[in-house]
Write a protein of this length. Structure first.
Length: 129
């Protein structure tokens, strides 16, 4: 099974690889934000997604009006009702243009960007359990 980010569709496509190597669409999860890169937690199966909440600011970068950042955690992506949590959000004052995120040592979140520095922050214990 593959999880594919669709930045312009603001969604994740879940696809299954068949024996003949063809892909079969299983479902689409619409997220309402520009989805960039996906990291799959190898221990939990949770998806960690770097997102761009304002595409206009991201594609028309201006350091005086920086693009914000958003990270989503998705639990049970293959179930009928995946749980989506906003693990991080910022208006660009701390970090700009988050493009990827991954849990680090269980209680931290490492966020990478396309314009700015990386950020290591604490995870909410309710989301990481």
């Amino acid at each position: 099974v593959f999880n594919v980010a669709d930045i312009f569709g603001s969604c994740i496509h879940i696809l299954e690889v068949q024996e003949d190597k063809n892909l079969t669409p299983l479902k689409v999860l619409h997220l309402g934000t520009l989805v960039d890169n996906i990291d799959v937690d190898q221990e939990t199966g949770d998806l960690w997604v770097g997102c761009h909440p304002n595409g206009w600011k991201m594609f028309n970068y201006n350091p005086d009006v920086p693009p914000g950042s958003e990270v989503l955690q998705i639990k049970n992506i293959h179930s009928e009702k995946p749980m989506v949590f906003q693990a991080y959000a910022d208006n660009g004052s701390v970090i700009q243009g988050s493009s990827v995120a991954a849990p680090y040592k269980g209680r931290k979140l490492l966020i990478g960007t396309i314009f700015h520095k990386a950020l290591l922050c604490d995870l909410n214990p309710l989301q990481s359990d």
